[in-house]
Each structure stands twice: as C-alpha cells, then as structure tokens.
Design a protein around this ligand. Structure first.
Ligand SMILES: [Zn+2]
Length: 276
C-alpha cells in the first residue's frame, strides 16, 4: 500500500494536467450508496428510463414518489475527505480538472471549481417546457406538503426506504394515482430532475466541454468508478488511444483494467488525503 501511494504521488508529480474521473465509489463514504457491486453489476430493480418518464404520467408519479422518499439522504450528505482532497489538489494546481459521473453535488460543496457533472445534478429540477431550473429543496418541500402520507419516517427503528444514488428509493407502494405531481411555478410545465436518465443522452455542449478537458489533460486518474457506463469509460479509452497514462483508485475491478497502468485497490476516502 505504502509503495502504491508513493507511485501515485509520483504519478501526480510527473503529470501536471491530470484529469480526474470520479464515480459513485467516492461518495459512498458520504453515505450515498453505490450503484454497483464489486463485480460491476448493477444492483436493484430496473431504473427509470427517460423516454418513459416524459411519455407517461404514471411513470412520473412512480419516480417522484420514490424520489421524494430517497432525496433526504442525498440532501443530508456532506463532502468527505476524498472530495476535500481533490478540491485542495485543484487549488494547488496539482490537477487539471474533474469530470464526475456523480449527481450528488458534493464536489462543488467541497470547493472544486473546474468540474463537469456529466450526468447532471440532483439538487436541480428542470422544466421540460420552459427550461427553468428550480432548486430541488423547493420542489421537495412542495412534494412533502402535497403528499403528506408519503413523507418518509425515521430515524432508527422505523422503516426508511433505501436511498439510491439517483435520488430514487426502494419503496413499495400499491397505489400512485393519488400522488400529486409537481409542476413548473413559471409556466405550469412538466418537471424532471436535472439528471441524465437511462436511455437519454448527455447534452452535446456538456459532452464537448468534457472532451475538451480530456484533450487538454496529460494523464487520467480514475477515482471510485468501475467505468461500466460508457460515458465514463470513453475518457479512459480516449486517454489510452492518445498514449496518456491512466491510474486508478478503486475497490474492485473496472471495465478499463487492461488500460490502467497503476491501480490502487483501496477506498478513495483513505487514499486521496495522502496525496495532498
Ligand atoms: Zn416551465
């Protein structure tokens, strides 16, 4: 382990424009559960598909009911030592920037500035009609008031739905038809959390920004991601094609293991502070 930390420090010394690619494994220490087990297989039931969400009011009721129960866990999470270490490394000019697959907003709260949230941010809610972005806290308060029977209970002893990284939760409800959907305060339009659902594409402008950041980098450090989702894996693949070295801090295997030159199988929250 000591030897591997030395190698990582050396990696950061040798490459002055390291692109850091972060995933769910960085936020588990903040109490936000990971999507995937160590074998990289997705846990839990089928996720909401974006096209279904926009087509069907029933799907939207199901999403918002489950999300209303799961959101408090995300809202209550704080950045951990790993997030803070990356913000310090950026402030010290030791890394080039961060591309994250996480939607929890914890990099920003830790102080990271050069950041691309590839899959959006769960703390925003966007109107599909007028594109106004509303704070999720406002929508959450409205949801809780309009659907008092579904307010999650807690803390210990009671049944609290398992929170999931997309703000969704495993809550079984027989009936959703009474669930009151939120609507845009500006135009009355349909609201969607400001995240990329499965089956949807990342906006082309955001992809272009991420590709530009990747292009400028001279090395890649993967943190807490198995890279099973192509939107993250592509950055490892592009780096490999350009002969840029790749290092990783991740528990368990990744889709890019054959491309990674230096891999530390450890928790990011333990390793990153040692690099500052
Ligand atoms: Zn609107």
């Amino acid at each position: 382990m000591k030897h591997e930390i030395d190698q990582l420090q050396d990696f950061l010394q040798r490459h002055r424009r390291v692109l850091v690619l972060t995933g769910a494994g960085l936020s588990t220490a903040s109490g936000i559960p990971d999507y995937r087990d160590k074998d990289g297989v997705r846990r839990g039931r089928n996720p909401i598909q974006g096209p279904d969400f926009r087509k069907s009011e029933a799907v939207r009721r199901r999403y918002w009911a489950r999300s209303m129960a799961g959101y408090p866990t995300l809202a209550g999470a704080s950045p951990n030592a790993g997030h803070r270490a990356l913000a310090e490394l950026e402030a010290a000019g030791r890394i080039h920037g961060i591309i994250t697959q996480n939607v929890d907003g914890l990099h920003t709260r830790a102080g990271s500035r050069k950041l691309i949230e590839l899959h959006g941010n769960i703390h925003g809610v966007v109107c599909l009609d007028c594109r106004t972005v509303h704070p999720r806290a406002d929508i959450q308060a409205w949801l809780a008031q309009a659907n008092p029977a579904l307010v999650p209970t807690g803390p210990a002893g009671e049944v609290v739905p398992e929170a999931r990284p997309d703000g969704d939760a495993e809550v079984e409800l027989d009936e959703f038809q009474d669930f009151q959907l939120p609507y845009c305060g500006a135009c009355g339009g349909t609201l969607q959390p400001d995240v990329i659902f499965f089956g949807d594409n990342i906006p082309s402008e955001r992809t272009a920004d991420a590709l530009a950041m990747a292009e400028e980098a001279d090395a890649v450090l993967v943190v807490g991601s198995s890279l099973m989702v192509f939107s993250g894996y592509r950055f490892a693949k592009l780096a490999a094609q350009a002969n840029k070295p790749i290092a990783a801090i991740n528990l368990g295997k990744t889709r890019a293991d054959d491309l990674i030159g230096l891999k530390v199988e450890a928790s990011a929250v333990e390793v990153l502070p040692l690099l500052v």
